[in-house]
Write a protein that binds this ligand. Structure first.
Ligand code: C2E
Ligand code: MG
Ligand code: MG
Length: 713
């Protein structure tokens, strides 16, 4: 609005200038007209005066000449007193046009003749106001009264003065002529003035028209395009980059400006598109990113609200992706993500009819929005189930990364719109909960969201609360699973395994509560307590045991405990307090705890081992560390994961791997132990292959401390 006002102002200001100029000119013209009137009056007065002077002068000269001639003609008749001749001359003179009177007088100033027949004033002295000067004059003399020019001349014969003659010329006719001439002049001047006035008026009208035309031109040539530019600028300012930008073929500065503005608008629009593309795509996979997905999701939900169509939202999380990054490096991790993205994209394209959305949510999470077709009976749930089944299948196939085969899987959480939630944020939260449930269910599978899952999340939160102080309340205890030597079947030690008897829920599986303790950090409290209890118990076994070597106790240590950095000091303190020989304490670590930060872990484990404590790598074979890592991480033994042991009789590959682990362990001089031995056949084959130690249900279940102690009896 401000800009608009400014533009209006430009035009208004121009009109203001034009009007001011016109007013100024009008004032000048009025001044000129006034001056002209004054001048006209002055010219008139001057002209009349000049004319009057000229006419009077001519009359005087004419009178003087006539009177001189008359005086000459009267000299002789006066000398001889020829009254008739005097009368004739006087009469002739009186008949001259404009002559009022003729007076011939004698040497005493008495009238001799006045040109009339009877001469009534004969012999009378001249008494009029001009008489004295006329009589006294020694030569031709002119003098004025109001109506008359009186010219007199003395009449001489020789030196003798005989008298004089006076002629009165009427001034009135001259005055009348003058008035007539002045009127004509005045009329003429008026006419000239009027002509001037008309011209000036015409000029003013032309100027007015010129001002109007200039204003119109200004409006069309300057104000209108600028206003269009301002409108376009406002549109762009408001974010409407697609707004039409005025174009122009004008070949002037404004044309240049408009073209430059057009180019600038196009450039801004292009940049906006680029920035949007960048802001909305995941640089690694080229898929849409979280932002783009959230916007599209919200938009889609708005459109579908009340339309009776269903949507399914799938959240795929790569299982154990962190291990790839930790063990093979981030480049390999990126490669895995790209290959995963390609597989997901291919699967989605197969199931979705172009209305689907696929995005990477950062990290190892992919989100798919699937829309059921418009055809009746097409169910989002059925479609999503098919897609999820396919995804779980294709994503579990091995991936080639940096010349290695990597086995990964995915856990998928699914939720339905509008059944489960109506809003985007809620749907995503549901999918996340369902995905978590798929993980809990063992990974490599999918789960649909259900209201019960919310309760599961709630339960988890409650479990964390319940777990606090559980040790102190006596709810947590340790079970001991016996470990045997394969070569002679001797009991050599036991693995301490945490047990939780919840006051209401009963026994809670370690796989459930250890995870909660790990994620909440509670394990840093519970872990050391378990360590101390296990060492105290193990110390009692030594006293009971009469024959054979000392029995070791192996304690599981979580990655978090290791990362806290004071494990060697903790272990040393416990050993000192309980009196257990360090060699009888074994610490079990998972690969993931060690790998990824091998330098730090290596130094820590070295310190631990220097006190005599033995370090074992648990669940060996499930990670990607490969055998080469063992050279860099100082350990005393590896525990072959029970998944290999389980199939050792059926799957030749697992047997080969188990055999290789045993051989490699021995070549490095470390102990190899097998866990999860459930059958005699497994036990035998492991013994055959030279495995050192074994534990499992076939050999002995985890036992309460007293039951285990009874074994020693
Ligand atoms: P793990 O260290 O691999 O422990 C061995 C698990 O295998 C135990 O499960 C044990 O009961 C089970 N097992 C033993 N023999 C057999 C068998 O023949 N067949 C089968 N299928 N399973 C067998 P549990 O007690 O449920 O413990 C699960 C996991 O919890 C342990 O795996 C360990 O990682 C963790 N854990 C247990 N106690 C502690 C602890 O005190 N601290 C830490 N940080 N983790 C612990
Ligand atoms: Mg273990
Ligand atoms: Mg294990």
């Amino acid at each position: 609005m401000k800009a608009l006002a400014g533009l209006r102002g430009l035009h208004a200001r121009f009109i203001g200038v034009v009007v001011a100029t016109l007013l100024l000119m009008l004032a000048v013209v009025l001044l000129m007209l006034q001056r002209q009137g004054a001048m006209q009056r002055e010219v008139l007065v001057q002209s009349r005066d000049a004319m009057h002077a000229l006419v009077v002068e001519r009359l005087r000269r004419h009178g003087e000449a006539q009177v001189a001639q008359l005086a000459g003609a009267l000299a002789n008749p006066l000398y001889f007193f020829d009254f008739d001749t005097i009368g004739t001359i006087a009469r002739d003179a009186l008949r001259e046009p404009g002559v009022r009177y003729v007076l011939v007088f004698d040497g005493h100033g008495e009238i001799l003749h006045d040109g009339s027949g009877e001469v009534p004033p004969f012999g009378q002295a001249m008494r009029d106001p001009l008489a004295y000067e006329a009589f006294a004059a020694r030569d031709v003399h002119a003098q004025w009264s109001e109506h008359v020019l009186d010219v007199s001349s003395p009449i001489h014969v020789g030196d003798q003065r005989l008298g004089g003659v006076r002629v009165g010329y009427a001034l009135d006719p001259i005055r009348n002529d003058e008035a007539v001439a002045t009127r004509a002049l005045d009329a003429r001047l008026d006419e000239i003035g009027d002509r001037h006035l008309a011209r000036v008026g015409l000029l003013l009208a032309a100027l007015l028209a010129l001002g109007a035309i200039a204003s119109l031109l200004l409006q069309r040539a300057l104000v209108r395009p600028i206003r269009q530019l301002a409108d376009a600028a406002r549109e762009i300012e408001a974010g409407n980059y697609g707004a039409a930008v005025p174009t122009s073929r004008r070949n002037d500065e404004l044309g240049d400006l408009m073209r430059a503005f057009g180019r600038m608008g196009a450039s801004i629009a292009r940049h906006d598109r680029d920035i949007r593309r960048m802001a909305y795509t995941d640089a690694l996979t080229g898929l849409a990113n979280r932002l783009a997905f959230r916007e599209s999701l919200d938009q889609r939900l708005m459109q579908l609200r009340g339309a009776g169509r269903q949507l399914a939202l799938l959240l795929c999380d790569i299982d154990d992706f962190k291990r790839v990054n930790d063990t093979l490096g981030h480049d390999a991790g990126d490669e895995v993500l790209v290959q995963f993205a390609n597989r997901i994209r291919a699967a989605v394209e197969r199931y979705a009819d172009g209305e689907s959305l696929l995005a990477r949510f950062g990290g190892d999470e992919f989100v798919i929005l699937l829309q059921a077709g418009a055809a009746p009976g097409q169910e989002a749930r059925a479609l999503a189930t098919e897609l999820a089944t396919t995804l779980v299948d294709v994503l579990s196939r091995p991936i080639q990364v940096q010349g290695r085969q990597v086995f990964l899987g995915t856990s998928i959480g699914l939720t339905l719109f509008p059944d489960d939630a109506a809003g985007g944020a809620m749907l995503l939260k549901n999918a996340d909960i369902a995905m978590y449930q798929a993980k809990v269910a063992g990974k490599g599978c999918f789960r649909f969201y259900s209201r019960a899952m919310d309760q599961a999340v709630e339960r988890r939160v409650r479990m964390e609360q319940d777990l606090r102080g559980a040790w102190e309340r006596g709810e947590l205890s340790l079970a001991y699973q016996p470990v045997f030597r394969l070569s002679d079947g001797q009991l050599v030690g036991a693995e301490a395994l945490l047990r939780w008897r919840h006051p209401e829920q009963g026994v809670v599986a370690p796989s459930v509560f250890i995870d909660v303790a790990e994620q909440s950090g509670l394990i840093e409290v519970i872990g050391p307590q378990a360590l101390r209890a296990a060492c105290t118990e193990a110390m009692e076994w030594q006293a009971r045991r009469v024959r054979g070597d000392g029995l070791f106790v192996s304690v599981n240590v979580s990655p978090r405990q290791l990362r806290s950095g004071d494990l060697p000091e903790q272990a040393a303190a416990v050993l000192r307090d309980t009196g257990l020989p360090p060699g009888l304490l074994h610490v079990e670590l998972t690969e993931t705890a060690v790998i990824g930060d091998e330098l730090h872990a290596g130094a820590l484990l070295s310190r631990l081992r220097s006190t005599g404590v033995k370090v074992w790598l648990d669940d060996f074979g499930t990670g990607f560390s490969g055998l080469s890592h063992l050279r860099r991480v100082p350990v005393d033994g590896v525990k072959i994961d029970r998944s290999f042991v389980a199939d050792v009789l059926r799957d030749p590959d697992d047997l080969a791997l188990t055999t290789a682990i045993i051989a490699m362990g021995h070549s490095l001089g470390i102990t190899v132990i097998a866990e999860g031995v459930e059958q005699e056949g497994q036990y035998n084959i492991l013994r055959e292959r030279g495995c050192d130690l074994a534990q499992g249900y076939w050999l002995g279940h985890p036992l309460a401390p007293d039951d285990f102690a009874a074994l020693l009896g």
